[in-house]
Write a protein that binds this ligand. Structure first.
Ligand SMILES: [Zn+2]
Length: 193
């Protein structure tokens, strides 16, 4: 099978996200860019049970998809990020429960300075909302991606771009760790002191 290593990395990362509770089996998607080819997660299949042969290939030159399944609903956001940002080689999207809840509550997570925020997450941008899978959402995410590697779409989830897929995974793990820290610290200050 072509691109086996990259297919396996996508399968591994999506399984890890679900197993760690960082997304749910129906939410989230991943891609890796190699030259003019983008490998993408398929639409609809449970994210923790993907197989290497389920991965969809997209040709950036011809605009054609190849594979057994339809590409992820958010394929346009992934591809637009690759078209606009040369350094982006992987994009990961997850429905992270805690960081999303904090953003939706109106909290600016950029105010929390931790080791994670400094080294793994960077600045967090909040993109304008648009319905899932639309070109409008792809455009809003890609526009924010010019300013930040970590982009949260309110009431939806986070998109992260990186130079490799495991760095993107690290960022999402770190984002949720930092969000937990944010909540526990404030609960402790309020209730335990
Ligand atoms: Zn989503």
């Amino acid at each position: 099978m072509d691109y086996l290593k990259e297919r396996e990395a996508i399968v591994d990362v999506m399984k890890t996200l679900v197993m760690l509770g960082l997304t749910n089996p129906k939410g989230g998607n991943a891609s890796i860019r190699l030259g003019k080819t983008v490998l993408l997660t398929p639409s609809a299949l449970p994210k923790h049970r993907l197989l290497p042969e389920d991965i969809v290939l997209y040709d950036m030159e011809t605009g054609e998809y190849r594979g057994k399944h339809r590409a992820s609903i958010e394929c346009n956001a992934h591809i637009l990020i690759y078209r606009r940002i040369d350094e982006a080689k992987a994009v990961l999207h997850a429905h992270t429960p805690i960081s999303l809840a904090l953003i939706d509550a109106g909290i600016d997570l950029n105010q929390e300075k931790t080791v994670e925020s400094e080294y793994s997450i960077g600045k967090i941008c909040v993109a304008e909302e648009a319905p899932p899978g639309t070109l409008e959402l792809a455009e809003n995410v890609a526009r924010a991606a010019k300013k930040c590697r970590t982009i949260i779409v309110p009431r939806h989830g986070v998109f992260v771009w990186a130079s490799n897929i495991y760095d993107a995974l690290d960022t999402i793990i770190s984002l949720e760790s930092m969000a937990k820290y944010y909540v526990v610290k404030r609960l402790a200050v309020k209730n335990l002191l």
